[in-house]
Write a protein that binds this ligand. Structure first.
Ligand code: 2HA
Ligand code: ZN
Length: 270
């Protein structure tokens, strides 16, 4: 076996293993066709002096943005054009560890293999920059293509502010309890574009999960498992709604009073 950056680093290994586990769920759920979706996690807290001395195994590459809060940070990123189902089985062959250089505008790959990171790197790293700037404990960002939630984004009526949030919350009590900031909506924008990244940053002030209209969702969380759990919970509500409609009726939904009672009982922010 070749040496891996994970060798002798159980905490770093645990974080990468969580990424692999989530990548498997995304594939099993049908949310990750071909290379669909991206994952990045900030692993700086698990980086030691030996890692800081590790040489680059790629040329210096521009991020496409200058992100001052990322100086000296390290990330594990899914590789561009790599499949989630392959990341699930072989995380270090389908993802890589990158180091942000001191200009805060470029990076190098340091381990294990020179796998180029995700096509959505500028948006993912902009989000990590924003999280650090705000003193957030969140370390993970996830982009995926959940079928039912994307289907719902094709209905203009659901794209008005907090219409979908309230509908999804009202399908089952867990959704408001475990996704208490709801689902932000971002009008369609070109994948990987600066417009999409900027709109995402703006919505993350108010939401932990945002919908990229007709494309997918973007979620942040303390770790990748919690980011996944929020999307999974919202998706469950979407499925309950769609199943009701398939049975030929509009679901009643919990009442505003019932949801308000939940907010009080569980000290929810909204
Ligand atoms: O990386 O899903 O939006 C594949 C994507 C880009
Ligand atoms: Zn996508």
């Amino acid at each position: 076996m070749n040496k891996s950056i994970l060798d002798g680093r159980p905490q770093l290994t645990a974080e990468v293993n969580k990424v692999a586990e989530v990548a498997g769920y995304l594939w099993q759920k049908g949310w990750a066709e071909r290379n669909g979706g991206n994952i990045t996690i900030n692993i700086t807290e698990w980086v030691d002096d030996e890692i800081r001395r590790m040489p680059a195994i790629s040329p210096v590459k521009p991020i496409g943005a200058t992100l001052p809060h990322l100086k000296g940070c390290y990330f594990f990123c899914k590789g561009t054009n790599r499949r989630m189902r392959d990341l699930a089985r072989w995380p270090m062959q389908n993802g890589s560890v990158i180091r942000i250089l001191d200009d805060c505008a470029s990076y190098v790959i340091i381990a294990d293999e020179p796998v180029a990171p995700t096509s959505e790197l500028p948006s993912h790293l902009s989000v990590h920059n924003y999280l650090i700037k705000n003193g957030s404990p969140y370390k993970a960002s996830l982009h995926t293509h959940p079928i039912e939630l994307i289907a719902m984004s094709h209905n203009p009526a659901f794209l008005k502010k907090d219409v979908l949030t309230n509908l999804l919350w009202s399908m089952i009590p867990e959704t408001k309890a475990f996704c208490p900031r709801g689902l932000g909506i971002i009008p369609y924008a070109l994948p990987s574009s600066v417009e999409l990244a900027n709109a995402t940053l703006k919505e993350l002030d108010d939401y932990d999960v945002v919908m990229w209209e007709k494309h997918g969702v973007f979620a942040i969380g303390p770790d990748i498992m919690e980011a996944f759990d929020m999307v999974d919970t919202l998706s469950k509500s979407a499925q309950i709604y769609i199943n009701s409609r398939c049975m030929g009726f509009e679901p009643t939904g919990m009442s505003q009073e019932q949801m308000h009672e939940m907010s009080i009982a569980f000290h929810l922010p909204k």
